[in-house]
Write a protein that binds this ligand. Sequence first.
Ligand SMILES: [Zn+2]
Ligand SMILES: [Zn+2]
Length: 316
Amino acid sequence: MPGTTHTGDWRAQLSPQHSLPVQPNRDRMNPAASTPARATSHAGAFARLTAFLSGHRCPGCATPCVGWVCADCEHRLNRPQLRCVGCALPLTAALAAAAKPDALQATNTDTPAAAPRDASQPPPQTPPQPAATRCGRCLSEPSPVAASYAAFDYAAPGDRLVQALKFNQRTALAAPLAVLLAGALPSGEAAPDASSCAAQPRFDRILPIPLSPSRERSRGYNQSWELVRRLPPALGPACWQTLVRTRDTASQMALPHTERERNVRGAFAVQRDVADLHLLLVDDVMTTGATLFEAARVLRKAGAASVTALALARTP
Ligand SMILES: [Zn+2]
Ligand SMILES: [Zn+2]
């Protein structure tokens, strides 16, 4: 894929209004403090007072805060999580759900089962956690997507942020959430087809999972598009209405797992040429993957070279 030259941390390349709030350096805030304990106390009291006066409450936990979320929620949203690259499940949950009893050994195609270690060699510093880790289910069932990534679990506080964006008209959350979304893509990993050097993935087009026209009219916006259009331009062009929804479907979260595939089957159509393109497909929540995978199947059938799935939140 041409132009895969981007490297580095997304957060450093975003415009100031997209930047996540940085916790203030307490020493700089109060250089005259005679002890670290006193500096911490003063800074904490100052932050609490500022938060109280601002009247702003964290949309993740409802405590007063000055940033877009409080420091605790920000920490929880940014907590590293090893995920299956096929379905984005947290790997521990994915392993528990896997039918294969040898799933633990099968989760990593790049790292074979541990062999007896040569005692003359030093022990490894950290356990291997390659980006290509897949759960047993994804190893045994072919997937229509090249890879799946998610920014955080659909659990507190992330679920509240998604609900605020989706149901409470809080579209201002889309900008900081798009930063987290972009950060879910692995840095330093080549794009699915990449024959070139390791680089941040870039895509020919970035598409949101579409809503049905009636649902979009009633909501006033598509929350996935609100995220897509705020992603860093270096990821690729955001494209509206390449993929459309041909009929309304029941909410996936309200359905049992067995009915989710049937619920979205035939619900999408491609109305622009995607032949030989590498696509990034974005949804706000990935429940079982049925919606993203059905959309990916339709795009692949229309000739797309690859589809990578990216969700803000993954139901664990
Ligand atoms: Zn919070
Ligand atoms: Zn998986």
